[in-house]
Write a protein that binds this ligand. Structure first.
Ligand SMILES: [Zn+2]
Length: 373
């Protein structure tokens, strides 16, 4: 058994006063974020001085006397804002592009209690400097709570508890599966099962197109325009929830049934994408793999990510079977395998996955843990 980090998210029901306090806190944090960013930038521009987190954090008490707004926010929350600035800066130096930007109104939507300042009391969440906010604990918070992040999404507030949770490995299972991203369907498995995109996918897409058209016909910044924009945002949110629900259920089903799961590694850089690959589809697929990955990890299953190059052009027997994009069937002259294109790819992905696993030296007691994560 080992521990993993999990986040549990709950809806909050603040009263009007608490809602105001939450909004004010967010605004103070946003201003602090922008100021901290500005300070770093100016210090470098004028005196070639790089400002660290410790320097900025040491200034906080002094800032409070000058700017009384800061006093209304729990001090560790402010520290965490400075941590975020530090993190974005480090990430910028790491990747070498995309300088951190100031956050405009509406672009700063959360703040974090990194350690203290909050406690759960029944169906109330006591927050320092904000009050006792009603919380809908629709499921228990498991494990040891590490941090609490309060987040605003579409005018609704949520509490996200990040916890250290004990994992519960599932009983061992030697069933294997390879999964290929389908173009017409969501995915195809090496068992020949076609997992279709749910019906709501197309319905919502048609509805979205209609609503988007409505937005573009409205006069910009008019009352009707705002209303239409809001409707589009709500619909997006709805599709987002539906998609995640679908992915969670599907990944749970697969992890429960299979001991080893092979998928394509979409993170290989410089990979030539096919013309048909839609970005939406790719995004949905990588979100699905992330869900598979963490479920597989805590269930003690293997998740193997294989090189996706040419999976559709190779027969599981090893022979090359070149196909154009429009060719939906796979016919191998070497071994006589006749099946659909996506199924052949899924079989090939499984074969590559098995090669990777067998090439890995004995892993002993940790064999159940996915080593590529
Ligand atoms: Zn073959």
């Amino acid at each position: 058994m080992w521990k993993t980090r999990r986040t549990y998210k709950y809806r909050l029901w603040p009263n009007r006063k608490q809602r105001e306090r939450l909004g004010e806190t967010l605004e103070v944090c946003r201003e602090l974020y922008n100021d901290a960013l500005q300070e770093r930038r100016d210090a470098w521009k004028t005196c070639r001085l790089s400002v660290s987190f410790n320097m900025q954090s040491a200034q906080l008490p002094g800032c409070k006397t000058v700017c009384p707004g800061l006093d209304s926010v729990y001090s560790q929350v402010l520290q965490d804002v400075l941590h975020r600035v530090d993190k974005t800066y480090k990430a910028f130096f790491h990747r070498g592009r995309g300088f951190p930007r100031c956050k405009g109104k509406g672009w700063f939507d959360s703040f974090t209690y990194p350690q203290l300042g909050f406690s759960l009391q029944g169906n109330r969440l006591a927050l320092s400097k904000i009050g006792n906010v009603k919380i809908n604990l629709h499921r228990p918070v498991l494990g040891e709570i590490k941090t609490l992040t309060l987040k605003q999404e579409n005018d609704k507030w949520y509490a996200c508890f990040s916890c250290m949770v004990d994992t519960e490995p599932l009983p061992a299972n030697d069933a294997l599966v390879g999964i290929d991203v389908g173009l017409e369907s969501f995915a195809v498995t090496s068992d020949g099962e076609i997992i279709d995109n749910p019906r709501w996918f197309r319905q919502a897409q048609a509805k979205l197109r209609r609503k988007q058209r409505h937005v573009s016909r409205c006069k910009k910044r008019s009352h009707g325009w705002r209303k239409a924009c809001r409707q589009v945002a709500l619909l997006h949110k709805r599709v987002f929830h539906q998609r995640h629900d679908f992915q969670h259920k599907l990944s749970r089903e697969i992890v429960n049934a299979k001991g080893m799961i092979a998928v394509e590694d979409l993170n290989i850089q410089g990979l030539a994408k096919s013309k048909l690959a839609k970005s939406v589809h790719d995004a949905a697929w990588s979100a699905f793999i992330r869900k598979l990955a963490y479920k597989a990890e805590s269930a003690g299953r293997w998740l193997v990510k294989v090189d996706p190059r040419g999976t559709s052009q190779q027969c599981p027997c090893g022979a090359l079977v070149p196909k154009k994009l429009w060719q939906r069937d796979h016919t191998c002259t070497a071994c006589g395998l006749e099946t659909t294109r996506d199924h052949a790819s899924a079989l090939e992905i499984l074969r590559r996955g098995l090669c990777l696993v067998s090439a890995t030296p004995a892993i002993g007691g940790r064999a159940c843990r996915s080593p590529w994560l």
